[in-house]
Design a protein around this ligand. Structure first.
Ligand code: SF4
Ligand code: FES
Length: 161
């Protein structure tokens, strides 16, 4: 377990967050800001929504940075078996085997790129091997060309005021 990993519980379930797997894709907080609010500390408020709704959003996390465990051991949880398990193998295989690369523009956030691709730097070195990542669209990332979540702090918005 990474020392930066965090657990949040409401007694019924525990939500696990693994920041190393978070690509700041914005899915969780766009859909459930009452629970996942990166501007607050702690950023997850387990009292913000009913358990089933929290599970629904946790399951949408594209990289499995978010997973959950039931407190009741007789219920089926969704916890990664290992650090390497950032998404179900079947989904990873599908992405790797397909020649498709999908790019989604996240509202007020990065480009999320998924599929069989590689990113090389100006020195021709491969930057990162992956099947899903996010590319900065706001210009504020300290990890260019990858998104590091800075769009939240810079109030990057697609709306033209
Ligand atoms: S990768 Fe998962 S945890 Fe990170 S912002 Fe997206 S949905 Fe939330
Ligand atoms: S879009 Fe996320 S840091 Fe720029």
């Amino acid at each position: 377990m990474d020392p930066n990993d965090r657990d949040y519980t409401n007694g019924e379930i525990t939500v696990h967050w693994r920041p190393n797997y978070c690509i700041h894709a914005t899915t969780c907080y766009r859909e459930l800001i009452e629970v996942f609010n990166p501007r607050k500390r702690p950023w997850v408020d387990m009292q913000g929504a009913p358990t089933e709704r929290i599970i629904e959003i946790v399951r949408k996390c594209p990289t499995r940075a978010l997973t959950y465990d039931w407190s009741d051991p007789s219920r089926v949880s969704d916890k990664p078996d290992s650090e390497a398990d950032e998404m179900p193998d079947s989904e990873k295989d599908d992405l790797q085997e397909s020649n498709m690369v999908e790019i989604n523009v996240m509202k007020d956030g990065p480009y999320v790129v998924a599929g069989n691709f590689k990113i090389t730097g100006s020195d021709d070195k491969e930057l990162k091997k992956m099947v899903i990542t996010s590319l900065c669209r706001c210009g504020n990332s300290d990890s260019m060309p990858l998104c590091d979540g800075s769009h939240r702090m810079s109030d990057f918005s697609d709306n033209e005021d």
